[in-house]
Design a protein around this ligand. Structure first.
Ligand SMILES: [Cu+2]
Length: 157
C-alpha cells in the first residue's frame, strides 16, 4: 500500500513538473504563432510595454519584472526613440505590465479606442510614408505619469 502511494506521488510530481516547465514554452510558442499570423515578414516590428510609472518600456516586460518596477519608483520616465526609414511598414506590438493603457500616433492616424489590456498583445501597424519626428503617446488615463507617457518615432528620409 505504501509503495503504491509513493508511485502515485511520483506520478503527480512528474505531471506538475511537466506543467510548470511546459506552460511557459507553450505560451511563448503560441505567442510567436499569433505574431507570425498577424505580422507581415517584411515589417519592422517593435514591442512596447506600457507601465503606469515608468512610461513606455522597449521590449516585453513579463509580470515578474513589472512587479520589481514598482520598487523603482522615482526613476525617470522612459521616453523611447524608435527609428525607421521612410517607406517602412511599421508594426508596434503593445502590451501593458499593469493597468489599461492606450496608444495614439496622430500623424499616422493610429488611435487605439479600446486600450491595451494587461497580459494581452495589441498590434497596430502603419506605413511610415513621411519623414520627420513624431510623438506617440498613451491615450488612456492611466495614472499620475500619464501626461509623460510618450515616445518619439523618427522616420528617416
Ligand atoms: Cu498609459
Amino acid at each position: 500500500m505504501r509503495t503504491g502511494n509513493k508511485k502515485l506521488d511520483l506520478f503527480f510530481l512528474v505531471v506538475i513538473v511537466l506543467i510548470v516547465v511546459g506552460l511557459p514554452f507553450g505560451i511563448s510558442y503560441y505567442d510567436e504563432y499569433i505574431s507570425s499570423t498577424k505580422v507581415s515578414p517584411d515589417a519592422r516590428q517593435f514591442t512596447l510595454t506600457g507601465h503606469a510609472e515608468r512610461g513606455w518600456l522597449i521590449g516585453e516586460a513579463p509580470a515578474y519584472q513589472a512587479v520589481s518596477f514598482w520598487k523603482q519608483q522615482g526613476q525617470p520616465i522612459e521616453k523611447p526613440v524608435i527609428q525607421v526609414s521612410k517607406g517602412d511598414l511599421v508594426v508596434f506590438k503593445l502590451t501593458s505590465s499593469d493597468v489599461v493603457h492606450g496608444f495614439s500616433l496622430k500623424d499616422f492616424a493610429v488611435f487605439l479606442t479600446d486600450g491595451i489590456q494587461p497580459g494581452k498583445a495589441t498590434y497596430v501597424s502603419f506605413k511610415a510614408d513621411k519623414a520627420g519626428v513624431f510623438t506617440f503617446s498613451c491615450n488612456a488615463i492611466c495614472g499620475d505619469s500619464h501626461q509623460n507617457m510618450q515616445g518619439t518615432l523618427v522616420v528617416r528620409a
